[in-house]
Design a protein around this ligand. Structure first.
Ligand code: TYD
Ligand code: MG
Length: 472
């Protein structure tokens, strides 16, 4: 039988098919199969030769500290785990226009100023465009080597001869190699180019940063294959309508994955935000019903955000549950617990939940703050304006203490909050926490609801009456 000259690869899941089809059997998507020439890759017919065997070593070998290249941009260095690692490959993903090129130009500029050899290769913009941007960012004098190129071969040749320490490829989706028949931007091209560049990083000890665009459903287009290849995946996210941007580690072989870096986009590019809580709480007005300040934790850093809820009669038959910045399944759980354990009914009511400022919360510790915001909206009574809320709700309605209460409370105290509505950790931890900020202990969700209800039933939120309901 003659050997097949090509096969068909699904651009969505990467499954290989022998024949073309309209629909991929594996993932069920339509029109995603693209033909790829097989070339020398198909070596299935060759006889297996006896070759080199692997060497085994102990787990307890000598491990020198990873050589790191610190950019001096604290927010960036924290997310990478203390600086870029030599011989590693990084993927920075994000929506178009979110500021990936700006961030990486600033990073390379700083690294170059610190004496490292850097190269910035743009496949999307001309050198003139990048130079103009550099001028605006005040980086014209920084010795970054710049090139505009999309073909992989000349790029690799250039890098081989100039041997930079850090290379930025903006973006991986624009690159193509003539060794493949597929068009630029297809899975095959993205995978082949990423593979070659990762190999270059390992071989020469350079750090290669690949920029990748994210599709609407949040996947790096071209797609997940690159995530597996690289050592770290960082996402740059934010709302176009807001000034702040968040760099989040999604995978990191050399550092933690729960750290975030916060930046603010302005006239002169991205600037670091050392105190994100102040930024997210900026513009918070007088205490209004339906708002609760959540003392959260992002990696090692406490971040305060405002959670807003609105419970309103449903205009149409099926009530709506809309969430921005939190998991909708988690909201459904909190609503169910409020119904079942506290007797608050949401039948025929729309529930809207929003995390102010376009921030995204991933912690279950936000449960209690969400419940407090919802209860406050249901009874139309503001929560104490000087209180932060945190705690995890279990299905039984119990409220559990969460990790690092001390860090959360310290941040709240620093920003001028006077008390915390939370579950107090047992023993020494609890005593230490109460030293930082007075705590209103909530052991179970009905506790919270009865306090909100009490303050709503009194004439109004005058100081003395409020303090009856919210005494510690
Ligand atoms: P860019 O880095 O080109 O985004 P990406 O590479 O992720 O597609 O950022 C483009 C946006 O950033 C653009 O909408 C303009 C804005 N911007 C500023 O607000 N200030 C600046 O100094 C720069 C360089 C860009
Ligand atoms: Mg760009």
């Amino acid at each position: 039988m003659p050997k097949p000259k090509s096969h068909f690869v699904c651009q969505s899941c990467g499954t290989v098919h022998g024949k073309w089809a309209g629909r991929c059997d594996a993932c069920g998507t339509w029109n995603t199969l693209v033909e790829e020439a097989l070339g020398q890759l198909a070596s299935s017919g060759t006889r297996r030769k006896k070759g080199r065997a692997v060497d085994f070593v102990d787990l307890g070998g000598e491990t020198p500290d990873l050589p790191r290249m610190s950019s001096g941009i604290t927010e960036f260095d924290r997310v990478t785990g203390g600086g870029l690692v030599t011989g590693s490959a990084l993927l920075v993903g994000g929506d178009p226009g979110i500021g990936k090129s700006t961030l990486l130009l600033q990073v390379t500029g700083r690294l170059a100023a610190a004496g490292l050899k850097t190269a910035y290769i743009s496949g999307e913009e001309s050198t003139g465009q990048v130079q103009r941007r550099a001028k605006r960012l005040g980086l014209s004098e920084n010795p970054v080597s710049l090139a505009a190129e999309t073909s992989l071969r000349p790029i690799l040749d250039g890098l081989m001869s100039s041997k930079p320490d850090v290379v930025v490829i903006d973006s991986i989706q624009t690159l193509w190699t003539d060794q493949l028949g597929a068009a630029p931007g297809t899975v095959a091209q993205v995978r082949a180019c990423a593979q070659e560049l990762t190999r270059f990083a390992k071989k020469t000890g350079a750090c290669v940063i690949l920029v990748g665009h994210v599709t609407k459903d949040g996947q790096i287009a071209g797609p997940r294959v690159v995530e597996h290849m690289v050592d770290a995946v960082l996402y740059f996210e934010g709302e176009k309508s807001h000034q702040f941007r968040i760099l989040r580690a999604h995978k990191n072989r050399f550092g933690p994955t729960d750290e975030i870096g916060v930046f603010e986009m302005g006239e002169g590019g991205l600037s670091e935000v050392a105190n994100p809580s102040a930024l997210f709480l900026d513009g918070r007005g007088d205490a209004a019903s339906g708002a609760a300040v959540f003392a959260g934790l992002e990696g090692t850093r406490p971040v305060l955000t405002e959670i807003q809820a609105l419970v309103a009669p449903a205009a149409f038959g099926t009530p709506r549950r809309a969430v921005v910045g939190w998991e909708s399944s988690r909201l459904a759980m909190v609503l169910a617990v409020l119904e079942a354990r506290c007797g608050v009914s949401f039948a025929g009511k729309d529930v809207y939940l929003n995390v102010a400022g376009g921030f995204r919360i991933n912690e279950p510790a936000a449960d209690l703050a969400v419940a407090a915001a919802i209860a406050s909206s249901v009874f139309d009574i503001p929560l104490p304006a000087d209180a932060v809320v945190f705690g995890e709700i279990s299905l039984s309605g119990d409220v559990r203490p969460v990790s690092r209460s001390d860090a959360r409370l310290k941040e709240a105290a620093k920003l001028g909050f006077g008390r915390a509505i939370a579950a107090i950790p047992k023993g020494k931890l609890g005593e230490a926490a109460a030293q930082i900020l007075p705590m209103i202990a909530i052991k179970a969700l009905p506790d919270l609801i009865s306090r909100v209800e009490t303050s709503a039933n009194e004439l109004g939120p005058t100081d003395s009456l409020e303090d009856v309901a919210w005494a510690a």
